[in-house]
Design a protein around this ligand. Structure first.
Ligand SMILES: [Zn+2]
Length: 167
């Protein structure tokens, strides 16, 4: 799957035409997820509005899942699916000059819940994003590092196969 500019335009179009509905639920803002894409019902569920760079990046991450749903990606392992979205997110953060140091700072800031395991995920994702943004080659070892880091996050307990059902 590719994350090109026109595919993000397709995501924006899907949201504008309500093929993807957005639900904003600030009452859940204390929860750990600022954004989540519910692929079965085509809902982008937001508990925050992405006012800062990191929160925006969480929505960018979910846009990656929406791209996969637009293209009805079948038989994708959860860790590959998440790796795709974390690299997109890290590319966005890199372009916004929001480096891994900023992620580590978030961890210590109050009200955030970026764990050490999550920092490990971001470190691998930034690494890959940096290579891609500079036109570098695919680095299989780094991809594997990212999958392993993702597997340590409690949100993704198994590497089950996922099917996107389309919008
Ligand atoms: Zn994800």
């Amino acid at each position: 799957m590719l994350a090109t500019g026109d595919r993000f335009q397709q995501v924006a179009h899907a949201i504008r035409t309500k093929k993807v509905r957005t639900i904003y639920d600030p009452s859940a803002a204390s929860g750990e997820k600022t954004a989540q894409y519910l692929l079965d019902v085509n809902v982008l569920y937001l508990t925050g509005l992405g006012v800062d760079t990191y929160s925006k990046s969480l929505i960018i991450h979910e846009a990656g899942h929406i791209i996969n749903d637009i293209y009805r990606v079948q038989k994708v392992h959860v860790y590959d699916d998440e790796a795709f979205c974390y690299v997109i997110q890290a590319a966005y953060l890199t372009l916004k000059n929001f480096g891994i140091g900023n992620i580590e700072t978030l961890r210590s800031a109050s009200g955030r819940s970026v764990t050490q395991n999550a920092i490990d995920v971001f470190r691998s994702a930034y690494n890959l994003a940096g290579h891609y943004l500079s036109g570098g080659a695919l680095l299989l070892q780094n991809e594997q590092n990212l999958r392993v880091a993702i597997s340590r996050l409690p949100e993704y307990p198994t590497n089950k196969i996922k099917h996107y059902d389309g919008l």
